[in-house]
Design a protein around this ligand. Structure first.
Ligand code: DER
Length: 223
């Protein structure tokens, strides 16, 4: 369908930015999926790179494609991180975490010299906040963080999977919050990060990513 074609087009355009010898961050989700597939094809054709994946799922996909996987015990900086997002503002501010991988995604994004964010047109918004903000929290005492988020008008919901709390790759929980339009994302992020028990938020700010948006009509724009 048109959305899948758009995701594929955006992912493959991002993959084309990968150069021989690069250390690459592999994102998570249904758009980054296509970038990883394309990179796998390029590796089969002789491209020499090493990659760090942002989730167990992306690592499995990369290994199956023969993409050489490295880790932060071997390297401390990546050249290019390719990832998706749930919302991309016109200033390049992001909400991520819909796929549950925000912690490793942010670690990899911050360890990369450059970031490319890929998305279909639905992701490109004027202001952040329509998509509920994912917050990764430690399981112990999550109920206390939940109450504080209620008090902050976050309208929190604990993310579940098969009627159990969703467990991240890092053995944590995720609380999704709807704060409404987020006009001061830095302020909100700092406020949330100071809550004991909060590990990370899905606000990816001031990363100055290259943004690739694919439209259902077939256009692909690099912003
Ligand atoms: O969790 C994330 O941030 C992922 O990048 C994901 O939410 C992106 O969404 P997608 O599956 O539509 O690419």
């Amino acid at each position: 369908d048109a959305i899948t074609k758009a995701k594929k087009a955006a992912g493959e355009k991002a993959a084309a930015l990968v150069q021989p010898g690069m250390l690459v961050g592999l994102g998570t989700g249904s758009t980054a999926y296509w970038a990883i597939e394309k990179i796998g094809q390029m590796v089969k054709e002789g491209l020499n790179i090493q990659a760090v994946a942002t989730s167990i799922a992306s690592e499995k996909q990369a290994l199956a494609l023969g993409i050489p996987i490295t880790s932060f015990s071997e390297i401390q900086q990546l050249d290019l991180d390719i990832d998706g997002a749930d919302e991309i503002s016109e200033e390049g501010q992001l909400i991520k975490g819909g796929g549950g991988s925000l912690l490793r995604e942010k670690i990899v994004a911050l360890a990369s010299r450059h970031r490319v964010i890929v998305g279909d047109e639905r992701k490109y918004v004027k202001t952040l906040g329509k998509f509920p903000l994912p917050i990764e929290v430690v399981p112990f005492g999550w109920e206390l963080v939940f109450k504080t988020l209620q008090a902050l008008q976050g309208h929190p919901t604990l993310r579940t999977k098969d009627d159990q709390p969703y467990i991240t790759d890092n053995s944590n929980y995720i609380i999704d919050c709807s704060f409404g339009v987020i006009r001061e994302p830095e302020q909100l992020h700092q406020q949330l990060k100071t809550l004991t028990g909060v590990v990370e938020t899905g606000l990816f700010l001031n990363l100055k990513p290259t943004v690739i948006i694919a439209y259902e009509n077939g256009d692909v724009k690099t912003i």
